[in-house]
Design a protein around this ligand. Sequence first.
Ligand SMILES: [Cu+2]
Length: 488
Amino acid sequence: MTSHLSATWQDGATIDLSLGPLSRRAALRRLGDFSIVATGGLSLGRAVRAAEATDSTAPAYAPHSSPPGAPQLREFTLTAQEFGWDLMPGTSVRAWGYDGQVPGPELRVREGDRVRVTLRNRLPVPTTIHWHGLNVPPAMDGPAGLNQAPVEPGAEFVYEFTARPAGTRWYHSHADPALQVPLGLYGPLIVEPRVPLRTYDREYTYILQEWDLELTPDVATGGVPRGPGDRTMRGGELGGDLFLLNGHSHGSIPPVRLAEGDRVLIRLINAGHMPHAVHLHGHSFKIVATDGNPVPLGMEWVKDTVLIGPAERYDLEFVGDNPGVWMFHCHMEHHMANGMMTLVIYDGAVPTGPAAAFFDAESGTTVGDAEHSHEGTDSPESESTRPAPTPTTPLATTGAAPAGNAVEVAMVDDRFEPNSIEVTAGTTVTWVNRGQDWHSLAAYDGSFESRKLATGETFSVRFDEPGVYQYICKHHGLQGMMGRVTVA
Ligand SMILES: [Cu+2]
């Protein structure tokens, strides 16, 4: 399908979209690259980030490499600094974090290890680190003022302690924590037991956080006042704007991957200031640890939704006994609609609904997820598994057939209204966001793609060539936000 397209932003600028449809192979190159870019992170020492193992052929969980009987000295360096961070394609923010990533690198040690962490402060403000859930000496605990002097910009501080007790712990700034933690100064700290009570085939860590777009480093340094949303409530905006798992939102969040029969551990860490109700479709899970502390065998609660408060941790165990592609998300629906959702993907499984037409099970991405990636090498394996876009994918409802050369489609949270239109060649279709959430259009075949559209913003495409054009919202496609333009 080739067509001439032009796109007009709300401000009147015209974008040349006559690039023609991306080949499936080119689209996959972009998708494949993005999955690397989106999940790339730095590791320190032997630290691993299990949730980043998006390649299903690689082990999702790299266990500690030292012999279990011998406590070791484990040395790490964490550099606190400001950097640009992509929450998702097209949404870059200025963050404060450790080693250039949000969350900071996963530190993984064994119970009884001696841990020495050098904090290098490259921030413009003083900072410290608190080791949440570890019972360390007071002077190593981190609260600025109470137990240590803040580490000044340009200075270093060495924390040293024995890693105990075992479990899912985490670390975060304890200087101006209401400003520094929401900007990204937190990370996972996994203390493996010397003798595991349970073992797993796959292990993932997901850290939850809300992102407040009005809380910027400039606000945190006092350079500019808080934004209007944050001024409505002393203590800051309670809602947040985007809802993150592992520093990302929507399709940028690495999914859980497993094979049938696998026993999977998911460590949830809430680094935000709101509770979240995390729900797994298709499975019940056991809560095998609370705040990192193991639940005795046979005493586990069996649930499908767990409410996790600020700073809490829950370790969830489930068995891969129901192959498919499943949602895994916060059940506070507007958190899910604004980013806090990922997938559980069994090897070889594809969605059973219309999403199969635009979802790539191998990369865990949908069309348009690769907005800011670059061309890379061919990935023929991916190509063979990608379902071809089909013009006959059924949609839930069919709208009227507007006449004329200009047609408007509304975006409401979270669907297109109407979601199917028929127009004559030469018609310009304008999508307008009448909802509260961000929406972004992408055609299945890559022939048109919008930037992120906030409330009231519009995106227009002129359709000159007859055909059927299917598209999704890049953020809500898996939740059914898809549409079709039939050009006669
Ligand atoms: Cu939530």
